[in-house]
Design a protein around this ligand. Structure first.
Ligand code: ACO
Length: 324
């Protein structure tokens, strides 16, 4: 039986950092009022990185992918699976994964996108783990990448202050010893209306509403409920307890969600990796970005147990338990 292990991580943020004060000043020009205090109090966000207009998700993904491959010490030609989790793909097709593949100079690996919004990375990681365990791949690149700034209504202060752009990646390899030790994915399509970007292009015209819309309070309630339930369930199925988890790396939507979750799970909030203050909510990129930050600053070390969790539009959620 083959297992999969994380052997490298990487991430990328666009160069332009926009603080809450910068954003408040930009919105004030349009007559929209917000403040650093409102944003920090309600979300914990202090700044976000915003890609230049026209920047593509595949560009960000490629940077993160190269960093992860370098960290893993493997060449792109060795990959036999590339999965990109994104809700802001460059095109309808080809997939962002195929664009990354071309950018890396890999030929022949299976490459496809996964769309599960802010749960996208845990969906993609679970998919790659399943390929490797089934013997259908040996070396996989799994990326979460978004240019969420491209789907925000910059006149809606209730949503545009919450998000940022970025990418994170991991390299998974087949191994005789377990790395990914548990995973579970869920969705409830009946909750589709609480978080959506319900537009598309048809016959060359935009149909529906292409911007992100959210019922913030409904998302908050749903997120803390499903993350709590899923954390307990995935840990129990692996024969562990929450006390065995060294680092909790949940989707970075909002510091109040993270604190509420830590209280519900009765865990020390110092064990929760937090990047939402620096990156804001980068959707599918938030978990691999946070993982890479915590690995590079020395918090996450070999042998430790991590709980990665995603939650987002669909409504979707999931958890992956990892031994580093
Ligand atoms: N600046 C100043 N005032 C604002 C802003 C802003 N950026 N945005 C909204 N307000 C105002 C509203 O207009 C409203 O004013 P009113 O009382 O005069 O009508 C007031 O603030 C309260 O608005 P609410 O929407 O009720 O604010 P709430 O306390 O619910 O906070 C928030 C909004 C932060 C989104 C909250 O609902 C929340 O934390 N939700 C969790 C969802 C989340 O984080 N989503 C991220 C994406 S989803 C995901 O990744 C899973």
């Amino acid at each position: 039986m083959s297992y999969s292990r994380i052997v490298g991580t990487g991430s990328y943020l666009p160069p332009r950092c926009v603080t809450n004060d910068d954003l408040a000043a930009e919105l004030a020009v349009k007559g929209i009022e917000t403040s650093d205090q409102w944003i920090v109090d309600r979300t914990g966000i202090r700044q976000r990185y915003i890609a230049e207009r026209g920047a593509k998700t595949s560009d960000l993904a490629l940077h993160a992918a190269k960093a992860a491959l370098l960290d893993a010490g493997i060449d792109a030609s060795e990959l036999d699976l590339i999965i990109v989790a994104t809700s802001t793909p460059d095109f309808v097709f080809p997939s962002t994964a195929c664009l990354v593949q071309a950018g890396l100079g890999n030929r022949g690996a299976a490459a496809f996108d996964v769309q599960a919004v802010c749960s996208g990375f845990v969906y993609a990681l679970t998919t790659a783990d399943s390929f490797i365990r089934a013997g259908r791949a040996r070396s996989a690149l799994v990326i979460g990448a978004e240019v969420f700034s491209s789907i925000l209504d910059w006149t809606d202060r209730g949503t545009c202050v919450l998000f940022g752009d970025g990418a994170g990646a991991v390299v998974l390899r087949a191994s005789d010893t377990p790395g990914i030790i548990g995973a579970e994915l869920h969705a409830d399509g009946s909750q589709m209306d609480i978080l959506k970007a319900a537009g598309n292009v048809s016959h060359g015209e935009v149909v529906g509403d292409p911007f992100l819309r959210m019922d913030g309070q409904a998302v908050f309630k749903q997120a803390v409920t499903v993350l709590d339930r899923s954390a307990r369930s995935v840990v129990e199925q692996a024969g562990l307890t929450l006390a065995d988890v060294d680092w909790f790396i949940p989707h970075q939507a909002n510091i109040r969600i993270l604190n509420f979750l830590a209280r519900k799970l009765e865990i020390d909030s110092a064990k929760v990796v937090v990047t939402v203050d620096q990156h804001a909510n980068t959707s599918a990129a938030s978990v691999p970005l946070a993982l890479d930050v915590a690995r590079r600053d020395g918090r996450v070390r070999p042998g430790q147990v991590l709980l990665l969790q995603g939650v987002g539009g669909g409504f979707t959620w999931g958890s992956v338990l990892v031994k580093m």
